[in-house]
Design a protein around this ligand. Structure first.
Ligand code: HEM
Length: 221
């Protein structure tokens, strides 16, 4: 059966894909390169980042037994066994989301510069005139660890990320939007939804199955 392609695929790439699926004997190199970039980008971008997020969550939870107990309480109220734990059901639980948000604030997996070019001419960025073609960036870690954005920024407090009345009083003036672990704009982290779902699933199943403790509780970040 011949493959018909939608207009959403660019012409050259679409023609290559159609030829490949329809049994062409040779596959153009440009198509293989583009295919491998499309396949490997999400694998690379979604491996180390998730591992860092889960490690950050676990490390912080194990240092804060009260927070861990509250999270376990939420999970045990919702699930009877770890086989019940699904991404869909986790989506409705506020505390585990707050734990992940707060861990991503303290340990943003992509913490350094994400470069952006100022368009030719001039642009106003955060109230400053920046000449065109200048490369600028915001460091996630600098923004998240900043006391003008977050009260006691080094303190792990998932309650600051709750949108309910349970949000802790002393964090009410936090600028939660200053933590953007997936960046913002048209080239932000395309895997954001999957990243939250995966991180919460791994975390919930680990906590349900195992009693964890830090090997060396004197290790400081
Ligand atoms: C906690 C986990 C993750 C974090 C913190 C994260 C963060 C980010 C950030 C900040 C960017 C934007 C880079 C920029 O602005 O230049 C980005 C891009 C990207 N992410 Fe993630 N990411 C995560 C997980 C994932 C996952 C699970 C996938 C896919 C399976 C993924 C796929 C991508 C891809 C393909 C891009 C490039 C998008 C583009 O250039 O338009 N990421 N990520």
């Amino acid at each position: 059966m011949a493959l018909a392609l939608s207009n959403s695929v660019s012409d050259a790439r679409g023609a290559d894909l159609a030829a490949c699926c329809n049994g062409a004997r040779s596959i153009p190199l440009r198509f293989l390169v583009s295919l491998s970039i499309s396949l490997f980008s999400p694998i690379l971008a979604g491996s180390d980042t998730i591992a860092t997020a889960v490690a950050g969550c676990l490390y912080l939870l194990l240092q804060h037994p009260d927070t861990l107990a509250r999270l376990r309480q939420e999970l045990e109220a919702e699930f009877r066994s770890d086989a019940d734990i699904t991404m869909a059901r986790l989506a409705g639980l506020p505390y585990i989301r707050a734990v992940v948000d707060e861990a991503l604030r303290i340990y943003p997996p992509i913490s350094g510069e994400l470069r952006r070019a100022v368009p030719t001419g001039v642009a106003v960025v955060c109230g400053h005139f920046i000449p065109g073609d200048t490369i600028i960036s915001v460091y996630a870690f600098a923004s998240c660890d900043n006391a003008s954005n977050f009260a006691q920024p080094k303190r792990f407090t998932p309650e600051r990320c709750l949108t309910t009345d349970e949000r802790t009083e002393w964090t009410r003036n936090d600028h939660l939007e200053a933590s953007q672990p997936f960046s913002v704009g048209p080239r932000n982290g395309i895997g954001m939804g999957l990243a939250y779902a995966e991180t919460k699933l791994i975390l919930a199943r680990l906590l349900f199955r195992y009693d964890l403790e830090l090997l060396d509780d004197k290790v400081q970040h």
